[in-house]
Design a protein around this ligand. Structure first.
Ligand SMILES: *[C@@H]1O[C@H](CO)[C@@H](O)[C@H](O)[C@H]1NC(C)=O
Ligand SMILES: *[C@@H]1O[C@H](CO)[C@@H](O)[C@H](O)[C@H]1NC(C)=O
Ligand SMILES: *[C@@H]1O[C@H](CO)[C@@H](O)[C@H](O)[C@H]1NC(C)=O
Ligand SMILES: *[C@@H]1O[C@H](CO)[C@@H](O)[C@H](O)[C@H]1NC(C)=O
Length: 219
């Protein structure tokens, strides 16, 4: 009787351990690669992240009036690039986020740059895009970014509000040092999920910042 019980428990334990292992590995197998960072400071509604060096394949969409339309245009070129429209004719590793950098040009026009993070496995040798896609590879040095998360869909009519909320929080925590934001009039929207996802969507506003040397950011 006792022996049977022992057997049962050791079997139950193996089964349980196996289940725990599978559950632990599941998210890993689904995880999409993203650029690596360390959180240097955390505040309600935003955090300061130190990103490692990274490479981004970038599509310039000049003189647009709509974030949504420009992102779609730029992403379409990047999508072709990772699905074989490169000089290696190979499918490239999928990554997140899709990043749209917005630089205001005038009261109604902005320049948009839509970017896709290049997997670290390509190192210095990302496959060359087909020339007609008009893409360029941007290399970013390690630097600090202020990040504010928001859910739902990133749209023309909500990104500005999220950007302004980030600027307000930055103004508060930098205590009257207004120069913490680099590249005035420029910010980025990071979108992590495919458009068919309706729920549990993650987006972020990004702004380059300086003046967080005390937190360990490079100056
Ligand atoms: C792309 O092709 C070049 C030249 O054939 C090769 O050296 C390089 O390793 C390839 N890169 C990838 C990511 O396959
Ligand atoms: C790339 O992936 C698609 C499916 O996603 C496949 O049909 C195609 O053959 C792949 N191309 C290469 C070069 O592996
Ligand atoms: C943010 O900083 C990186 C690294 O210095 C730079 O390459 C990039 O262009 C900046 N992004 C914006 C939107 O200003
Ligand atoms: C959206 O992307 C984020 C970041 O990669 C991920 O944590 C989340 O699970 C994704 N949401 C859905 C519904 O897939």
């Amino acid at each position: 009787m006792e022996r049977q019980q022992q057997l049962f428990f050791s079997f139950a334990c193996y089964f349980y351990c196996f289940l725990v292992l599978v559950l632990a590995l599941l998210p890993l197998s689904n995880a999409i690669e993203s650029p690596q960072y360390t959180v240097m400071r955390s505040e309600p509604g935003m955090e300061i992240r130190l990103y490692k060096e990274s490479s981004w394949m970038s599509a310039l969409v000049p003189g647009g009036t709509s974030f949504e339309k420009s992102t779609k245009d730029g992403f379409h070129r990047l999508y072709q690039y990772i699905h074989g429209a490169n000089l290696n004719s190979s499918n490239l590793t999928k990554t997140a986020p899709v990043l749209t950098s917005i630089t205001t040009q005038s009261s109604h026009e902005s320049n948009y740059v839509v970017r896709l993070y290049m997997s670290a496995k390509y190192g210095e040798a990302s496959p060359q895009p087909n020339p007609e896609l008009n893409l360029v590879l941007d290399k970013w040095r390690s630097h600090c970014i202020a990040v504010r998360k928001f859910s739902g869909f990133a749209k023309d009519d909500n990104i500005n509000k999220e950007m302004e909320a980030l600027v307000t929080i930055l103004g508060k925590i930098s205590g009257g040092k207004p120069d913490s934001i680099e590249g005035k009039g420029s910010y980025s929207i990071a979108q992590y999920n495919a458009s068919f996802r309706q729920l549990g969507r993650l987006n972020e506003v990004w702004m380059n910042v300086s003046g967080f040397a005390a937190e360990g950011c490079p100056s």
